[in-house]
Design a protein around this ligand. Sequence first.
Ligand code: SAM
Length: 329
Amino acid sequence: MAPEEAAENLLLLRSFERRYLAARPLRSFPWQILEEKLKESPDSELLQEVLQKTVKHPVCVRHPPSVKYTRCFLSELIRKHEAVHTEPLDELYEALAEVLTAAESTQCHRSYLLPSGTALTLSESTAIVSHGTTGLVTWDAALYLAEWAIKNPAVFTHRTVLELGSGAGLTGLAICKMCHPKAYIFSDCHSRVLEQLRGNMLLNGLSLEPGAITDAERPQVMVAQLDWEVATVPQLSVFHPDVVIAADVLYCPEVILSLVGVLQRLAACHRDQAPDVYVAFTVRNPETCQLFTTELGRAGIRWEAVPPQERKLFPYEEHSETSILKLTL
Ligand SMILES: C[S@@+](CC[C@H](N)C(=O)[O-])C[C@H]1O[C@@H](n2cnc3c(N)ncnc32)[C@H](O)[C@@H]1O
C-alpha cells in the first residue's frame, strides 16, 4: 500500500475509533470515505480493521456502549460491506448476533481518548435528560474545557480545583490524569449525578478514600454535594480552591442566577488570593450568554473571553459553538 493511502486509512480508522468509543451519532461518522475506500479495495481488510477499532476495541469489549448503539453501528457496517462485496464477512454477522441477544439498559459506557492514548471511560445515561437532570451525560462544553486544560496544564498543576456542576465527570477526570492538580473537588447538587460521578472516579482508578495514595496522576479527589442555591459562605470556605471551573452550566436563566450567586459567595470567602474562574459553555442561545455577562456585571465580577482553540482532541458535535470565559472574582 502506498504511504499516502496508509496515512489516509490511519486517519479514517482514528475517526471511527474516537467516534465509536464516545458513542457519537452514526451520521457523524465518515461513511462516505469508507464507502469509497471499500469500492477501491478487493478484500475486506479495511472493514476488519474498522471492526477492531470499534466494536472489538479492547476498551469497548471491557466497557461497551449501549446494545442499541452497537446494533445500529454493526447494521450500518454490514450495509456498507454488502454494497460492494458479494461474500459475507462472518465477523460482522457474529458480532451482530452477540448484541441481538443482549439486554438493553438505560446506562451505557462512553470512552474518550486522551493524547497519552489512555481512555477515560464513563458510565453515562443513554438519554440526554433522565432522572430530571442533564448531568448524567457528557456535554460538548465539558470536552472543550478538558481540551483547553490539557493544552494549558499550568493553570491546574499543584493547585486545588473546585468544579461546579461536574455532571458525569469528564473534565475533572481529564484534568486529574493530565494536569497534575494537588487536589480536585468534583461537585454537583443532584444525588443520582453524584452517585454516577463516584462510580466514574472508581472506573478510572481514582480513589475517594480519605488517606488514599496520591501521585502525579492520582491527586487527592473528593465528590461534594454542593447546591449553588443553598451553599453558604461557611460551607464554601472549607474548599480553599485556587481554581474554580464549570462546564455547560449556562443553559437557563434560573441556573445562571444561582451560579452567579455562588460565585459571589466564593468571592466572599477567600482569604488572600481569589481563585481563577473558568466557565465553558455551548452557545445555544446568545440571549442566555448575554444574561450571564449582565449578571456578572451586576455582581461586580469582571470577565474576559479566553482565546478560542481548535477542537481537535475529542469528537465534538459538528455544528456546536463552544467558548470559555475567565472571571475575576
Ligand atoms: C448540562 S449539565 C453539565 C454537566 C457537565 N459539567 C458537562 O458539561 O458535561 C449541568 C450540571 O449542572 C448541575 N447543576 C444545575 N443546577 C445546579 C445547582 N443549583 N447546584 C449545583 N449543580 C447544579 C446539574 O446537576 C448538572 O450536572
